[in-house]
Design a protein around this ligand. Structure first.
Ligand SMILES: NC(=O)c1ccc[n+]([C@@H]2O[C@H](COP(=O)([O-])OP(=O)(O)OC[C@H]3O[C@@H](n4cnc5c(N)ncnc54)[C@H](O)[C@@H]3O)[C@@H](O)[C@H]2O)c1
Length: 327
């Protein structure tokens, strides 16, 4: 299939691109490189340096220089939860306006499938665990709100324009390509594992642990981490699903196992052999004690399981990338 991967130079996007190329799909990456990296691009994929907020350029790309696309994979967004609460305007424009442009460009380009990077942030505080797709959606952050609104736009474009979508609600994405082909480090990471890796290789002094008095076995927050190679496989399976069944889906993508902050820090110390100083600080507002996914729907519909999402693989594949000398 011919695919347009928007945000394909980013952390998750580059893994999706690699997976699609491995499966023989044609890939064009469209990215403004705001957080994406040139080193994440592959020579086998065409690259268009463009911005989803520039509708003219985007629609020209979506209409295809070489005869159009079967699908768009849409990963382009701002994703810092804290920033979205102080600068919602930025998130409204890039995430929501940007997506409306993508949807309209898909209509113009007659593209029938969209695979969208949604997030567990659509759920908000858990009412029960593990969180399945039927769990109420009540985002705690403006970022989560943008993802939920986009899911609703997708629903309307499905109904009115026949664009089939897969809204993939990732839990915590982590790790690097299990075959070691992707090396771009995330800039200013806010997620735990890259922060720990930065501490392990001396790029930052300590890791902050936000609260150790939660109702969890070791008192630190428990989250569901899903390996980015598993996420990439899920995108390919989702595209197969929407295109073959002519049907849209919304699915959770998680490993279904909870790992605590302390367990990750300890595993990272063991695997890297580095001391990784950590400091307990106060809880962050809105952080639940525990968040885990039910991914039964992804197992059933996509025949997908998070096979690479065990703690050691998450850390080892990250460390392989971070410990390499750079520049
Ligand atoms: N990382 C996670 O744990 C996680 C969890 C849930 C959902 N998501 C979602 O997955 C997607 C990818 O996340 P990521 O972690 O790879 O982040 P990332 O920042 O590495 O990737 C985003 C990519 O989109 C590009 N981009 C952003 N705005 C753009 C614009 N206006 N025009 C063109 N390109 C633009 C960036 O340059 C970058 O390459 C995002 O939509 C994010 O919200 C991520």
């Amino acid at each position: 299939m011919k695919t347009l991967i928007v945000g394909g130079a980013g952390y998750i996007g580059s893994h999706v691109v690699r997976e699609f190329l491995d499966r023989g799909h044609g890939v064009t990456v469209f990215d403004n490189l705001s957080s994406g990296k040139r080193e994440n691009l592959f020579p086998e994929a065409e690259f268009i340096h463009g911005d989803i907020l520039d509708y003219t350029g985007l629609s020209r790309a979506a209409s295809g220089r070489r005869g159009g696309f079967d699908a768009v994979v849409h990963l382009a967004a701002f994703k810092a939860v804290g920033e979205s609460m102080v600068n919602p305007e930025k998130y409204s424009v890039n995430n929501i306006n940007g997506t409306i442009n993508i949807l309209n460009a898909a209509v113009e380009g007659n593209i029938k499938n969209i695979i969208f990077s949604s997030s567990a942030a659509v759920f908000g505080q858990p009412e029960y665990l593990p969180i399945d797709e039927a769990h109420p959606t009540n985002p705690e952050s403006y970022y989560g709100f943008t993802k939920l609104e986009i899911e609703r736009f997708l629903g309307w474009y499905d109904k009115l324009k026949g664009i089939r979508f897969a809204a993939l609600r990732y839990f915590n994405a982590a790790g690097y390509d299990v075959k070691g082909r992707i090396k771009g480090l995330e800039s200013n990471p806010a997620n735990l594992i890259p922060v720990i890796m930065e501490a392990a290789c001396g790029m930052r002094e300590t890791v902050q642990i936000f609260g150790n008095d939660y109702d969890t076995p070791d008192g630190t927050g428990v989250r569901d981490y899903v390996h980015v190679s598993d996420l990439a496989i899920a995108h390919a399976a989702a595209l197969e699903y929407t295109s073959k069944n002519d049907k849209s889906i919304t699915v959770n993508l998680g490993s279904e196992s909870g790992i605590s902050v302390l367990e990750i820090v300890e595993a990272a110390r063991r695997i890297t052999g580095k001391p990784i100083p950590a400091r307990i600080v106060g809880r962050r507002a809105g952080d639940p004690a525990k968040l885990t996914a039910a991914s039964k729907k992804a197992h059933e519909l996509l025949h997908w399981t998070a096979n690479n999402s065990d703690l050691d693989t998450l850390i080892k594949t990250s460390w392989d990338v971070y410990q390499k000398p750079r520049r």
